[in-house]
Design a binder for this molecule. Structure first.
Ligand SMILES: [Ca+2]
Length: 305
């Protein structure tokens, strides 16, 4: 892969965090909430957003719609890989259902590009490694980026993923959706920070907090209501899996982390896609505790003030 034309170095804007978000927006509402949260935070310079998993085009349209609502249709978007890097093993086949699809037509100023892994690698070069990658879906685009240019990928300042479950024997969606990619990332040496179900499931957006966000952003309120209705949780509370992963990029003290050596189970009949403890040097940092109240306050204030 050649990056000669893109080698111009772009320094951080006013000390901001250069952020790339890779998302499977459209299923669970937490992707839309994580992106909304990121857009609302002055700490971030969002340099690109890519989609992953099947139904790329519908996810892209939903993303375009959301960014347009925030007046941020300047952010470049990328199509990603719609399938796991390898079928078989623990891969869950079939289309994931979208619960809040949006149509989008018309001009999108930031442009929509092909090849998310290439886009991620170009951004790493452009920012000379001063880039944080956040994946809140299957790790397919990240794994392909790593496999395409390992040395470039390893220049990333940080890689944070919503993925896994570590203190219970549970298979987590983003890993089981493409376990081979998760294994590639664990073996890459990049040492991702993994924000798993152990901490994210404790972060629920109750009705009172939803109301505050809806008052400021009615379109987001409609999205939340539609998701809850279609998911059959009319009185339910969205769980802020992906927003927590985004928030710790700003404030790591929201969580307690531990270094662990992990491997992805690729064979087991009941455990395929599970991240398991393994022998050897740590290859990831795992979040084991979270200050729920402080995170929820940060999240709600960011989207309601
Ligand atoms: Ca997600």
């Amino acid at each position: 892969m050649c990056f000669l034309l893109l080698a111009t170095f772009s320094p951080s804007l006013d000390g901001k965090i250069n952020l790339w978000i890779d998302t499977d927006i459209g299923g669970d509402i937490d992707d839309a909430l994580a992106i909304s949260f990121a857009l609302s935070r002055p700490e971030f310079n969002i340099v690109g957003i890519s989609v992953v998993d099947d139904q790329n085009e519908r996810r892209l349209m939903t993303l375009q719609w959301l960014l347009k609502q925030f007046g941020r249709d300047d952010i470049p978007l990328y199509r990603g890989w719609g399938k796991p890097i390898l079928w078989g093993g623990g891969v869950r086949r079939g289309d994931a259902s979208l619960t809040y699809p949006r149509e989008f037509s018309g001009e999108y100023k930031g442009g929509v590009y092909d090849n998310a892994p290439k886009g991620i690698l170009e951004a790493i070069e452009r920012y000379d490694g001063d880039l944080v990658l956040l994946t809140v879906g299957a790790m397919t685009n990240a794994a392909i980026a790593y496999l395409s240019a390992p040395q470039t990928f390893k220049k990333l300042k940080k890689y944070v993923a919503m993925a896994g479950c570590f203190n219970e024997q549970k298979v987590e969606y983003n890993v089981v959706r493409d376990p081979y990619s998760a294994e590639v990332i664990l073996e890459s040496g990049i040492k991702p920070v993994l924000v798993g179900l152990d901490v994210t499931q404790r972060c629920a957006l109750d009705r009172e907090k939803q109301k505050k966000i809806k008052a400021k952003h009615p379109f987001l309120g409609e999205l939340i209501d539609e998701f809850l209705r279609r998911a059959g949780w009319a009185e339910g509370t969205p769980i802020l899996h992906d927003p927590l992963a985004c928030a710790i990029i700003i404030d790591e003290s929201l969580v307690k982390k531990e270094p662990r050596r992990l491997a992805v189970e690729l064979e087991g009949g009941y455990t395929r896609g599970m991240m398991c403890g393994a022998e050897g040097e740590p290859n990831a940092e795992v979040c084991v505790d979270v200050d729920v109240e402080r995170f929820l306050t940060m999240f709600v204030e960011s989207l309601s003030k």
